[in-house]
Write a protein that binds this ligand. Sequence first.
Ligand code: HEC
Ligand code: HEC
Length: 323
Amino acid sequence: MTHRTGPLSRRGQRRGQRRGLRRAERRHAVGWHGAWIGLLVAVGLAAGCGERTTDMDVQMFKARTVSEQTLIRGREAYMLYCVGCHGENGDGNGKAAEFLDPRPRNFTTGIFKFVSTSAGDLARDEDLLRTLERGLHGSSMSPWNLLDIETRKALVAYVKTFSDFYEDGEEGDRLAIAPNPWKYDPAGGVSRGRAVYHGLAMCYKCHPAYVSHEEIQDAARATDAPIPRAFAEDLYAEKIKFSETHGVDIRPPDFTRRMLRTGNDLEDLVRVIQSGVGGTAMPTWSGVLDPADLWAMAHYVRELNLMRGTPDGEALRNDLGIR
Ligand code: HEC
Ligand code: HEC
């Protein structure tokens, strides 16, 4: 948690940090490995000649709780490994970006998708670090766990400087993950999950449904939810949603067909389901579903995801006409 200061002193602090950063850059530029860093900083400065120099200063001082050395290290690694996709300004418009689906994240929004907080709250460092270390399955964001931990942390600090939100904001609280009540009864978890998915929670409002109309009505009865009498035409389809935040269409995945970005470990599924996915239609389910149902959801989604590419998965999709 960072200490909040008054606006005046904060401005002074920023000026101080900016000055400190320039000093640190000069120091590095003549240090023992200075030639390399100096070159990178010079490349960064030259690429953004003139007005862009100010930009760089602005970006740097926002992460006021980290040292200039860390930010320089972060920028150095960023310009080597990340810039091609995420862009020099962190806006997700690197050279490779137009060829990628999903598009690289635009860091200037300050909204991250895969967090342990309520989606929409500021991401925690541990969330960005987890994504950096594991990558996001089914996207071009690969794991960067071969970079040493100091570099990974510096990257996280640097990535946050692209957004104004991290200048003054506090990171969100981590939503606790309860122990798994279905640990010794996974089949019970799957079956409860199927009922909640198609009953109380109506996950099929965005993701496909995976049971018949009659079974949806049974699921509603079993979970004390209103019983639907009519069904949308796209019940068995992925209902694409436009995201204002990310500026792109986003697909609520068919779990029997898509790789899940955060993988299909039970605990990761609980986290992504209870937190929601930042800047997308996927809501925070924490507080809506109780912990036992969150875990049941995870069991069910994992079961569906394990059918990916199997004859069982194909059969289910064909039977229901899932597209
Ligand atoms: C080959 C392209 C590519 C490279 C290189 C790349 N990324 Fe990404 N990155 C992506 C894509 C694509 C996404 C978005 C995936 C999605 O929306 O599911 C992403 C998402 C992210 C996210 C957002 C996670 C979230 O929860 O929203 C972070 C943080 C991130 N990348 C950091 C980095 C860092 C740091 C580097 C350099 C070490 C890097 N990326 C290199 C393509 C790339
Ligand atoms: C209002 C629409 C909506 C509803 C309702 C909804 N989701 Fe989602 N969900 C989405 C969207 C959109 C994504 C895709 C996010 C992305 O890939 O950027 C998503 C993604 C997911 C993911 C994948 C996360 C990953 O790692 O890739 C899981 C798991 C998930 N939803 C589970 C559920 C469950 C379980 C329910 C019901 C309790 C539910 N969703 C209800 C819209 C919704």
